[in-house]
Design a protein around this ligand. Structure first.
Ligand code: GDP
Length: 696
């Protein structure tokens, strides 16, 4: 593919709720522009962008796809990002590679949770956003109600530029409100110009009013003119609409059907004519070594700076790294400096990706997007620059992944393959975490939700050949004692050969929460030699770490050594360790065990209308509400202390309670005594699993 100048490049991100039609729209854009000769469908699993086996199976996009589209001398780098909150990591990084966003909305389903989410992301990044109302050919498609929902969700900046001609299966064209002309699509994806339909006034008049209002509001001079005249002259509407969109103050609404390729050529024209090129975006701010802000203009002659917005493992070509050049140019077979990882990397051939196909390119200048295979060190989110001027983009902010699964390889001996696979997936996706829990001895993966973790596990299988089993990650409980008790530990074996002899008497008592362990020696008159006193402590500490009845460590106890007996020949360090352990176990039994559970500090942010439901649910989860704060934007923050065991799957619970409109953070607070009926369950489960392990 030829090299394009920045002025002839458009980097566009397609976002929206899953199922709105992003994948199909990308396919239609490629088809209408002649980039492919026939349109694949999501149902047949043969679209350009959905090529992951997971995506074909699920029928939804689960990872970022990209394709270059050439139209009227311009290259449109279209990125198709997955729409669900589970894949926020991809979306947050991809949006940084784009200069504008197309929010795809289904005319059947209207504004959905991820539509709002995508809108907010684009607003956060200050990117111009256009809305494509799709599926107008479908039964129950309703443009008017979709437009009303858009206006009520996003305000008057939503400006209809187009209207559908014909309803549902009769949808056949687009009425252009800006220029009052009509395009019909009787034969394929190219518009045929037609008369402005007579019967469209009922819809067009109020829509045009909305448009004029949106244009007026996007510019101070225009609003004055509008308030004085009650309307705007034609040429001010057109120029104001374009300027408002470029300044991200007005969101044009375009219409069509991706699967019937209606309105697609018009969308291509709109992208080419109205979407910002990388030059319009202005210089991008990066952070130098000493923390100082620097500017990188989109200039191919500038200092080389690029952003890695995605890395993917591909079983056929290996590791693929996708990058956006902010300044300077990247050439094949050259070296780049990865400022985030502080390493130099050698690049091979550069290419552009059209789904899974690669087309080589001679260079990637400022403003363009490219890909390269087999890099070792570069991860999603890294910045490339030069060694003498290492700069980085501000890191992308991602929510903490809070759903945890414990995993293990299904086949013994696959541990190494699993470790390699997990390391790769981690590099590809900053919203995926992996940790070994030293206490529960589990390998734990953390993700944004069930779909995220399911996809990661099927990637482990498909790309790294490791099948894994998963269970909910264990909660780290603690044991302690309820009352005081005294006990004797006796380890005496004196039949034949070298004997063993150790006896110790201890007193056990509980300590306040968080005090840990105190050991006191109150032996008088040298009942046992000094050297064995630490041996007893060692035995006790070891037993505490393993736990006495639930496999969880024991904490917050004081042990006083009061007496003991020894034998000059048969006593040893080991014998006294065992005696100490036996003494503790007996004392614990007498004093009564209590299980402590971790309590987390939970902070939930939701639209006000959900506050009541959230509090009710937290009460049912044994939570203690600490307070509710108003935080603006019609949202409230609810703070509560809740047992961790109750909110291990809160990601899923909150999503189903609020339809995805809530967010939360969770941090460990302290340990608290667990209700005895729940403690008994934990203990029973532990005993059962030990018995099973014994049988094996
Ligand atoms: P994505 O999840 O946003 O990528 O959505 P897809 O492109 O996978 O589309 C979801 C479903 O809607 C698929 O069954 C598509 O065939 C269908 N679809 C997409 N666009 C249209 C359209 O314009 N008209 C109709 N009738 N169906 C569509």
């Amino acid at each position: 593919m030829k090299t394009y100048d920045a002025k002839d490049i458009r980097n566009v991100l397609l976002v929206g709720h899953g199922g709105a039609g992003k994948t199909t729209l990308l396919e239609a854009l490629l088809f209408a522009s002649g980039g492919i000769t026939r349109m694949g469908t999501v149902e047949d699993g043969n679209t350009v962008s959905d090529h992951d086996p997971d995506e074909q199976r699920r029928g939804i996009s689960v990872s970022l796809a990209m394709a270059p589209i050439e139209w009227k001398g311009v290259k449109i780098n279209a990125l198709d990002a997955p729409g669900t909150a589970d894949f926020v990591g991809d979306l947050r990084n991809a949006i940084r590679a784009a200069d504008a966003v197309i929010i795809v909305v289904s005319a059947v389903d209207g504004v959905e949770v991820q539509t709002e989410y995508a809108w907010e992301l684009a607003v956060d990044e200050g990117l111009p956003r256009a809305i494509f109302v799709n599926k107008l050919d479908r039964e129950r498609a309703d443009f008017q109600s979709t437009l009303d929902q858009l206006v009520s969700s996003f305000g008057t900046q939503v400006a209809p530029f187009e209207l559908p001609i014909g309803k549902e299966h009769e949808f056949g064209g687009v009425a252009d409100l800006l220029h009052e002309k009509a395009d019909l699509y009787p034969n394929g994806p190219m518009a045929e110009e037609s008369e402005w339909p007579d019967d469209i006034h009922a819809m067009a008049d109020p829509a045009r009013e909305k448009l004029v209002e949106a244009v007026a509001e996007s510019d101070d001079a225009l609003i004055e003119e509008y308030l004085e005249q009650g309307t705007l002259p034609e040429e001010h509407i057109v120029s104001g609409a374009k300027a408002g969109f470029a300044a991200a103050r007005l969101a044009p609404v375009l219409v069509g059907s991706a699967s019937k390729a209606i309105g697609i050529d018009r969308l291509l024209d709109f992208i080419v004519e109205e979407f910002p090129s990388p030059l319009d975006r202005g210089p991008i701010t990066v952070i130098g070594k000493g923390g100082e802000a620097k500017e990188r203009p989109s200039d191919p002659a500038g200092t080389t700076t690029a952003f890695v917005f995605k890395t993917v493992s591909d079983p056929f070509v290996g590791h693929v790294t996708m990058f956006r050049v902010l300044s300077g140019r990247i050439r094949p077979d050259s070296s780049i400096y990865n400022a985030t990882q502080n390493t130099e990397e050698r690049l091979g051939q550069l290419f552009t990706q059209k789904g899974k196909e690669h087309e080589t390119i001679a260079e990637v200048p400022a403003g363009d997007i490219g890909a390269v295979a087999k890099l070792q060190a570069s991860h999603t989110g890294d910045t490339w620059s030069t060694k003498d001027d290492p700069v980085q983009l501000q890191p992308v902010e991602l929510p903490e992944p809070l759903l945890a699964y414990a995993i293990s390889p299904a086949t013994k001996g696959d541990e190494d393959k699993l470790a390699t696979g997990l390391a790769r997936l981690r590099e590809e996706d900053p919203s995926f975490h992996v940790a070994r829990n030293e206490e529960t001895h589990e390998l734990v993966i953390y993700g944004m939700g069930e779909a995220h973790l399911d996809v990661q596990m099927s990637r482990l299988k498909a790309k790294f050949g490791v099948d894994v089993h998963h269970t909910p990650a264990k909660i780290a409980f603690r044991e302690t004692v309820r009352g005081k008790a005294a006990a004797q530990g006796r380890h005496v074996k004196q039949t034949g050969g070298h004997g063993q002899y150790a006896i110790c008497s201890i007193e056990l008592e509980p300590l306040p929460r968080g005090e840990g362990f105190v050991y006191e020696d109150k032996i008088t008159g040298g009942a046992i030699p000094q050297q064995f006193i630490p041996s007893i402590e060692k035995g006790i500490v070891k037993t505490m770490a393993e736990g006495v009845i639930s496999g969880n460590p024991m904490v917050d106890i004081k042990v006083t050594l009061v007496d003991g007996k020894f034998h000059t020949v048969d006593s040893s360090d080991m014998a006294f360790q065992i005696a100490g352990s036996l003494a503790l176990k007996e004392a614990v039994e007498k004093a009564g065990v209590v299980l402590l559970e971790p309590i987390v500090q939970l902070s939930v942010v939701v639209p006000e209308s959900f506050t009541g439901d959230i509090m009710g649910d937290l009460n049912a989860k044994r939570g203690k509400i600490q307070g509710v704060e108003q935080i603006g934007g019609g949202k409230q923050r609810i703070n509560a202390l809740v047992p961790q065991a109750e909110v291990a799957r809160y990601v899923i619970d909150l999503r189903s309670m609020t339809g995805g409109r809530g967010a939360f953070t969770m941090t460990f607070s302290h340990y608290e005594e667990m209700p005895s009926h729940l403690a008994s369950k934990v203990i029973e489960e532990y005993q059962r699993s030990r018995e099973e392990a014994h049988k094996r």
